[in-house]
Design a protein around this ligand. Structure first.
Ligand SMILES: Cc1cc2nc3c(=O)[nH]c(=O)nc-3n(C[C@H](O)[C@H](O)[C@H](O)COP(=O)(O)OP(=O)(O)OC[C@H]3O[C@@H](n4cnc5c(N)ncnc54)[C@H](O)[C@@H]3O)c2cc1C
Length: 561
């Protein structure tokens, strides 16, 4: 007799099965990200891209497959690696990425996320692209960096027409070619951006990189650049827009990774940054050792030239952070609709309903603002839309990106301890969440830019108030807060101190106005009553009594209806 038998312990077959796994949620996979997103479908139709619906439906199904979602995880689990030289000692500046990263890049480029409004402009072009980008960014955020920069470079490059004529066909091509070889051998190229130096990122006027003309100086002419850039993301891009000091001041240049003669252009990578987020994407410190580059735009007007690119990257930050919030909301809702505690599904516990509904509100408000700006980009020929773009891209970028980290933390908490574990998607969403707020103009810089736009072009304020006036009468609190904001926006000596408060309120009032016009009345009511009081929104999950929790949750649930 064995010791176990003597002790009356259960037979081996029972001991091997020590426990049953129950009350766990499942992987959120094999679902159609577009079909399961009612707010997105409505926004696409409302903002002028109804004709894109069928394509979005097919795209949403394709990228929601379990195997595709896995690409996002793999691209971050195996970060890029830097190889300065080949094994024979030749300088290569090669960054190797996991195949999953390349697969994501290939999809993004084949789908035109880097270019479709430039190649197929027209009604709804930016809206359709924004919707597609929003879906793809939910799978993985890091690859979005080179996709955005490639997209955003085009308006700046067009300021130098002969360079644009030469490069734009390859930039907007739907061919993804990650090989480390000269651009003239490739069917498609990607574009990065190198502005930031050690001594100054926000204040690029502090740049010390110098530009020396190779022969005649001036726009479109070749120069050699000497200096250092402290952050260059996606360093395997084929081209970079770079700021450097020419004789006439800070100027924009286009720098290829390889020279036209096929030799390596000496923009040498020194090392890759060790980042807490945006891990799948490489960001490098680089030395410019006489790197060949062509002047873009007027000499001494570098900021003016590159700001065209920066404006577009700021818009994409809105899309990216809205996408992160949507995925976090979906994960939280999916989990809580399967997990029980204290005898009820979490989604049926009153306090959890409050948290989930609040997360859903924030996510839909972010989307509504993003898609409204997408339509403004489509209709820039109209003065109102142009003015709205000028002021509200920065306002929206600041606000949505600022909301993302707290949103991510709350969504993670909905999942409990397993939400903290690296095999859950939540840590990746969380680590990604602060990044958009910091690059492309950190919070304070955005708010000061908004004040500058108001000072320089007072018509932007009128456009803003005309826009929110479209919701007049939609909610009493909203009307009251609009009047209050009008008073507070008047110039005063302390306005710079108050810039964040003002921009916070401009953003939430605009979101409230959009929801009041376009969302179900109970969404708009919950948003206004939780976000517009004197002190703004504090913690998620503190929505006031009387909110239609169940309807908000049902609307946001990631399932087809
Ligand atoms: C992951 C990652 C990738 C990046 N990739 C690139 C890239 O590809 N190319 C590139 O050029 N750069 C890149 N950057 C750099 C990024 O754009 C800068 O970090 C950013 O612009 C801020 O500059 P800084 O780091 O020098 O901070 P600083 O400019 O020193 O700012 C520090 C803080 O001071 C605040 N501040 C600045 N001025 C004022 C003011 N007047 N009043 C009040 N507050 C102020 C800012 O808002 C910020 O909070 C990247 C950054 C990150 C994190």
């Amino acid at each position: 007799m064995t010791a176990r038998d003597q002790g009356g312990v259960a037979p081996d077959r029972f001991l091997a099965a020590t426990h049953e796994v129950f009350n766990q949620s499942t992987e959120l996979a094999d679902y159609n990200l577009y079909a399961a997103d009612r707010a997105l479908q409505e926004a696409v139709a409302r903002e002028g891209a109804a004709s894109a619906q069928a394509g979005l439906l097919e795209f949403g199904r394709r990228i929601g497959a379990a195997g595709y979602l896995e690409l996002g995880r793999l691209a971050n689990q195996y970060p890029p690696e830097f190889e300065p030289n080949d094994r024979f000692g030749h300088r290569t500046d090669l960054v190797r990425f996991h195949p999953a990263y390349h697969a994501l890049m290939r999809t993004a480029i084949c789908e035109g996320l880097h270019a479709s409004p430039w190649t197929d402009p027209g009604p709804g072009a930016h809206v359709a692209r924004a919707a597609r980008y929003y879906l793809h960014a939910q799978i993985e955020a890091g690859h979005g960096c080179p996709i955005t920069m490639t997209f955003a470079a085009v308006p700046s490059l067009r300021l130098q027409p002969e360079l644009a004529a030469h490069w734009e066909p390859k930039i907007t091509s739907r061919a993804y070619d990650p090989d480390n070889r000269p651009a003239h051998e490739k069917a498609g190229v990607t574009v990065g951006m190198a502005m930031t130096e050690k001594q100054g990122g926000s204040d690029v006027r502090a740049n010390t990189t110098r530009a020396y003309p190779v022969a005649a100086p001036g726009p479109g002419q070749p120069y050699e650049l000497v200096g250092h850039k402290f952050f260059v993301s996606a360093p395997m891009c084929d081209l970079f827009l770079v700021l450097a000091q020419a004789a006439g001041g800070l100027t924009c240049f286009l720098l290829p990774r390889w020279r036209p003669d096929g030799s390596k252009n000496p923009m040498q990578l020194q090392r890759l940054k060790r980042k807490m987020g945006n891990v799948s994407n490489a960001s490098a410190e680089t030395e410019l050792r006489g790197a060949l580059a062509w002047m873009v735009g007027e000499e001494g007007r570098g900021v003016r030239t590159i700001i065209e690119m920066v404006a577009m990257t700021r818009f994409d930050c809105m899309i990216g952070s809205s996408a992160g919030m949507r995925m976090a909301t979906s994960q939280a809702l999916h989990h809580c609709s399967q997990r029980s505690a204290f005898g009820r599904l979490l989604v049926d516990q009153p306090l959890m309903k409050n948290v989930l509904a609040d997360l859903a509100l924030e996510s839909e408000a972010a989307l509504a603002l993003t898609m409204r700006i997408a339509r403004a980009l489509d209709d820039r020929a109209q003065e109102h839309e142009e003015l709205l773009t000028r002021l509200c891209t920065g306002v929206g970028k600041y606000w949505i990106c600022k909301r993302a980290p707290q949103h991510a933390v709350e969504a993670m908490e909905c999942i409990g301890g397993s939400g903290v574990m690296e095999d859950s998607p939540m840590p990746r969403l969380f680590r990604e969440s602060p990044v958009n707020a910091i690059w492309e103009g950190s919070g304070n810089v955005q708010c000061l830019d908004a004040l500058r736009a108001i000072r320089k072009t007072p018509a932007v304020v009128q456009a803003y108030f005309d826009e929110v006036a479209r919701a007049r009468g939609g909610h009493a609190w909203l009307d009251r807060h609009v009047e209050q904001l009008k008073k507070e926006l008047r110039a005063s000596p302390d306005i710079e101190y108050r810039a964040r408060d003002l921009v916070d309120r401009m953003a939430t009032i605009l979101q409230a106005a959009l929801l009041a016009q376009h969302a179900p009345h109970w969404m708009a009511d919950a948003f206004c009553r939780s976000r517009l009081d004197g002190l703004g929104h504090h913690q998620f999950g503190a929505l006031p009594a009387g909110v239609e929790f169940d309807r908000i949750i049902e609307r946001a649930m990631p399932r087809e209806s």
